[in-house]
Design a protein around this ligand. Structure first.
Ligand SMILES: Nc1ncnc2c1ncn2[C@@H]1O[C@H](COP(=O)(O)OP(=O)(O)O)[C@@H](O)[C@H]1O
Ligand SMILES: [Mg+2]
Length: 363
């Protein structure tokens, strides 16, 4: 089950011998999904007194509390906190990622967790702080399609030692040549590893090839009648187009960066490390599809209208940027707002022609 609908708290109240005072409280919660980490973390701050008698000898009370289902914050089936928490500790296996143009590794941890790691590196297209910034802005806008990400650092030695022997010399060479290690330590970002991805398609085409782009652009028009079964998918495509203009991700449509779930229903907004330029208009690669679109996601447009500098600063400020912070410079943040203004100018022009209902036709 993905999300908890109910939390059952069993409060075992231990009553001590001295003066009848409550001397120990233990809490057992049975919850599914998102709720676990958040409630458990909050509970951890409550004072706990260790019982001095075995609870089995003491009276017990049970309290059941109905909690409304929390709104999911991502499309990955568990809360960001739960997905990121086990990405920690000992590295047991490292493999270079394929299909990209930058230095990126797949890392398995002793905890059983798996992550993609992009270190600081010589490739200008891959700056790890941008991947975290994209994740935070995605969540602030309640999109939820960027894999959760945080900063992390590893010694080069630990990464090389955990690489399969036949790839060890290759990986060691790449870390040496392309990684920007500081005193033997590579700082970077880890993204939760999506267990299975496929290349995104539409009709007979790849989502990112010219024919595929023409097809979905033709569907994303005020008077178009796309196949009903594509409605949700098309809304996700429209969302990534707007998101990419906002963050100025110059790499989405260059190949290998439009990925979907195995059932092809969920588009993952992966590989955002070539984003956040200081350009106030942005790259044509993003602007062209945005200008070609005639319908837009209504809720996202409302959130863009409300966006301001302080909201961005707050979204980007996190506890765990490590050596990567600050994630974005003031110039990069102001550029986001300038690009936002361009998106809204385009949307408002369309609304003046076709009316709001026709243009903000996506949820
Ligand atoms: N979080 C992830 N979950 C699953 N696969 C990933 C993840 N990150 C990267 N990959 C895999 O590694 C490949 C390269 O990663 P990508 O982020 O696109 O790097 P590059 O900047 O080199 O293009 C991706 O195409 C994908 O197959
Ligand atoms: Mg890529």
């Amino acid at each position: 089950m993905r999300l908890g609908t109910c939390i059952a708290l069993e409060l075992a109240v231990a009553v001590g011998a001295v003066g009848g005072l409550v001397i120990g409280v233990s809490r057992v919660s049975t919850v599914a999904g998102t709720y676990v980490a958040e409630r458990e973390a909050a509970a951890a701050t409550a004072p706990v007194v260790t019982p001095i008698r075995a609870p089995s000898t003491l009276p017990e009370a049970t309290l059941a509390v109905a909690i409304p289902t929390p709104k999911p914050t991502n499309v990955f089936g568990a809360s960001d906190r739960e997905l990121l928490a086990p990405i920690v500790g000992e590295v047991v296996r490292v493999k270079p990622n394929r299909g990209g143009t930058s230095l990126s590794l797949r890392i398995d941890f002793a905890s059983g967790a798996r992550a993609s790691f992009k270190p600081e590196q010589t490739h200008p297209q891959s700056d790890p702080r941008r991947e975290i910034a994209a994740y935070r802005i995605d969540r602030m806008l309640e999109i939820g399609h960027v894999p959760p990400s945080k900063s992390m650092a590893f010694t080069v030695d630990a990464l090389v030692a955990a690489t399969d022997p036949r790839l060890r010399a290759y990986v060691a060479g790449r870390l040496e040549d392309e990684g920007a290690a500081r005193q033997g330590i590579l700082h970077g970002e880890v993204s939760w590893w999506i267990p299975e991805i496929k290349d995104a398609r539409i009709g007979a085409f790849s989502l990112d090839e010219p024919d595929g782009m023409r097809l979905w652009e033709s569907y994303l028009q005020p008077l178009a009648k796309p196949p009903a079964e594509l409605a949700d998918y098309l809304a996700q495509v429209a969302t990534v187009v707007v998101f990419d203009v906002l963050i100025d991700n110059a790499d989405r449509w260059s190949g290998s960066n439009t990925k979907v779930s195995p059932d092809r229903r969920v588009l993952y907004f992966m590989d955002n490390s070539l984003a956040f330029s200081p350009f106030t208009v942005g790259h044509e690669m993003n602007l062209r599809p945005m200008r070609a679109m005639g319908v837009f996601p209504k809720q996202l447009v409302a959130r863009l209208r409300a966006l301001d500098y302080d909201a961005l600063v707050a979204a980007l400020a996190g506890p765990d940027e490590g050596e990567l912070g600050p994630l974005l410079t003031p110039i990069e943040i102001r550029a986001i707002l300038a690009r936002r203004d361009h998106v809204l100018a385009h949307v408002d022009e369309l609304i003046a022609t076709y009316g709001e209902a026709a243009v903000l036709a996506l949820p």
